[in-house]
Design a protein around this ligand. Structure first.
Ligand code: ZN
Length: 426
């Protein structure tokens, strides 16, 4: 496969620039207004379009479009050989000049190469790179974008859901005492039973309060934060639906009670007693979802030892409206950015921010830090997804006369780390 992929990459690279999707509309005030309103961008873009919008002008929108991507063939080849996972890793835009309202752009794509195989945190994979360029009516380039994805072989993790349509072999016994718990799981909540008389929390659920013997009961919704109280690494015997080794942990919730679950998302050897974990919902089959645990990740950014006097900072609550409005304002109709049920069915926690919006947020933070600056490049490294319900906190830091580092973090860790450069004559 490697030789075939390399030969294919060479052939595609030799093709050079190919016509890309047509830019359906000229650069226009209405789409700019949708974009600035959705992103909360306060800039004055009456004449020029926001540079980070460049890709929006060539987005196909809510229509079927057949292939045409310069990287389609290598991506398909990798798929066929088990590299079925995909995650975008880099997006770098270079702005030759800002485009003006009324201009009709033309777009091209060219293949940029394949590197690999490489061992990554996601599994073994290949990085696939391509470029998109935009030209004006005089065939002068106005912008270029590098886009890179990692195509990887998803590691066989403990608890991977069975093939589509299969039923996970371990099904919970749901009774009168536990139905509220499973109803909660299906609504994305971890519910803890509480005595309606004395208020004592208890888990697992049961008919009677062990403190006051009351049978009146209600529940609270757990915060989803906890620490590993104890755990075992299961190697043997084989358990249907599970691939050893995997971690079975007793997790002490912030609320005080302890629950049993798997700790996924890290190698078993990384798990330790006292490790902060957070709740995730793992889709096991078409009907069953299980509350599980994953490392809580990097703590939220804390104040630096030497606090900057006026840290340029953006704090964006990622409401569903923000995630959906920005996806549509960037003409990105991929369902994982607007359809919660579908996003969850595909195994993600919720709908999440699209990359075109991330570029726009970086631009917004950069121009807030350097008012009046003329952007030359935005180079973005993509990290964890920014899910609806989270908060995106963006910090900027000067890294030279014309360079700014931008970092956007969510509760899971860094969503984006970017380097922004400005034109020198501004
Ligand atoms: Zn009680």
């Amino acid at each position: 496969m490697h030789e075939e992929l390399t030969a294919l990459a060479e052939r595609l690279t030799a093709l050079g620039e190919q016509p890309a999707l047509p830019c359906l509309d000229p650069v226009n005030a209405a789409m700019i207004r949708n974009w600035t309103q959705a992103l909360g961008d306060p800039g004055d873009w009456a004449d020029a379009a926001p540079p980070a919008m460049i890709q929006v002008w060539s987005m196909p929108g809510l229509v079927e479009h057949k292939g045409g991507g310069v990287a389609d063939e290598p991506l398909r080849l990798l798929n066929e050989h088990g590299y079925t996972g995909v995650v975008a890793t880099n997006c770098e835009q270079t702005y030759d000049r800002y485009v003006k309202v009324g201009e009709h752009l033309r777009s091209t794509m060219r293949f940029g190469g394949v590197t690999g195989p490489k061992k990554t945190g996601m599994g073994e994979g290949y990085f696939v790179t391509w470029y998109q360029s935009w030209y004006d009516a005089d065939d002068q380039r106005v912008a270029e974008m590098l886009f890179r994805v990692l195509k990887f072989q998803p590691r066989k993790r403990a608890g991977n859901a069975p093939k589509k349509g299969g039923k996970y072999p371990l099904q919970p016994a749901i009774g009168l005492d536990t139905r509220f718990f499973w109803d909660g799981v299906n609504e994305g909540e971890l519910r803890i039973q509480r005595c309606a008389d004395c208020g004592t929390l208890r888990h697992p659920p049961g008919p009677m309060c062990p403190s006051c013997n009351s049978t009146n009961r209600e529940h609270v919704v757990a915060s989803g934060r906890g620490t590993v109280y104890s755990y075992v690494v299961h190697h043997h015997p084989p358990v249907p639906g599970r691939t050893p080794p995997y971690v079975v942990a007793v997790v002490e919730l912030a609320e005080g009670v302890r629950v049993v679950g798997n700790v996924n998302g890290c190698p078993p050897e990384d798990v330790h007693v006292g490790m902060p974990v957070r709740l995730v919902f793992e889709r096991m089959d078409d009907e069953l979802t299980l509350p599980q645990w994953t490392p809580a990740g990097a703590p939220e950014p804390v104040a630096e030892a030497t606090p900057e006097p006026e840290p340029a900072e953006l704090e964006i609550p990622l409401t569903p409206t923000f995630v959906i409005a920005t996806a549509l304002a960037t003409r990105d109709f991929t369902p994982v950015h607007h359809d919660t049920a579908l996003a969850r069915a595909q195994g993600t926690k919720d709908i999440f921010l699209n990359i075109l919006t991330t570029m726009g947020v970086v631009q917004r933070a950069a121009l807030q830090a350097v008012p009046g600056g003329k952007l030359a490049t935005i180079a973005v490294r993509l990290g964890v997804p920014a899910y609806a319900g989270d908060t995106l906190r963006v910090r900027t830091e000067r890294a030279g006369d014309h360079t700014l580092k931008v970092r956007g973090a969510v509760s899971l860790g860094d969503h984006v780390t970017a380097t922004v450069t400005f034109k020198e004559d501004a």
